[in-house]
Design a protein around this ligand. Structure first.
Ligand code: GUN
Length: 280
């Protein structure tokens, strides 16, 4: 069994981004990322702090907009419009989830697709689904980078994606399809999940359900990627029962230190990409 070490690869990607950011600076171009955080979701606050810290490390100019839980949609859309028009801002990220009374779709659609660092805008998701990507959503992009780093071939592989969300499951499936993998997407209504995961060469689980993926659901030698983060008794627990699944997997990501750091690294990489796009 080999660990897919996201932490080490993320550091490598950030170091490369730092060099590119310095090259841009020497041409007078400052890469700028705006992060909008609405409300007091504790997990979102932790993620946003990690994103801001990573920006500082590599020399990205970052602006944080904190807005209260009770903010009205119009004010949020106004802030996005100002950021769309601000030439110092190359990339815009609205941390999800948003408070229930805000229409998430409307907010995502308000972001200029050219500044859509998450790749969540329907224009960018549409391009990705057609195999003509402009930008890749950070988490699935990080997972693809991990596969490439460890020379894991995707062409013709049977991949079971567990979780069909817009942040990971769906864009992950498009990206795998674009790599010529055979993709099965499972979700909460999937019957006999075990039968599906057990048949897969690669399992990617992004549900947030602690230890959903058990040893008896995994084929000997399969590759297992854990995107889940659940807090159980103040401990961070992944979707995968790592202790037991790691005994039969050929490659596996740990939690923490697997996919999480890759998401942040790809956010940095996407910010650099957008800065270059807007300055050429
Ligand atoms: N919430 C959880 N993951 C993400 C992400 O990658 N981007 C944004 N904007 N919100 C998230």
């Amino acid at each position: 069994m080999e660990i897919l070490d996201g932490k080490t690869l993320a550091n490598k990607i950030k170091a490369q981004a730092k060099i590119e950011i310095e090259q841009l600076k020497s041409k007078g171009i400052i890469s700028g990322l705006a992060v909008i955080l609405v409300g007091n979701n504790p997990a979102s606050q932790v993620y946003v702090n990690m994103k801001t810290k990573a920006c500082e490390e590599v020399g990205i100019y970052s602006i944080n907009h904190r807005m209260p839980e009770e903010v009205n949609e119009k004010d949020l859309l106004y802030v996005i419009d100002m950021l769309n028009k601000n030439p110092l801002v190359n990339a815009i990220l609205v941390q999800l989830p948003l408070p229930k009374k805000i229409d998430e779709e409307k907010v995502i659609e308000a972001i200029d697709p050219r500044k859509d660092v998450d790749g969540f805008h329907p224009y960018n998701m549409g391009k990705l689904s057609r195999g003509q990507p402009f930008i890749f959503p950070c988490t699935p992009y990080g997972i693809i980078k991990l596969f490439k780093e460890y020379k894991i071939e995707l062409k013709g592989k049977d991949v079971c994606v567990v979780g069909a969300g817009n942040i990971t499951g769906k864009p992950m499936s498009y990206m795998l399809l674009n790599e010529n993998a055979t993709v099965q997407i499972c979700h909460i209504y999937t019957k006999n999940l075990k039968e599906k995961t057990k048949a897969a060469d690669i399992i990617i689980s992004a549900t947030g359900k602690a230890h959903l993926i058990k040893e008896d659901m995994v084929k000997e030698g399969a590759i297992v990627v854990d995107v889940g983060i659940a807090k159980v008794n103040d401990k961070i627990i992944g979707d995968v029962d790592f202790e037991n699944v790691s005994k039969i997997a050929s490659f596996i990501t740990p939690v923490p230190g697997g996919v999480g750091p890759m998401t942040i690294a790809m956010l940095i990489s996407n910010t650099v990409f957008l800065s270059k796009q807007q300055n050429n």
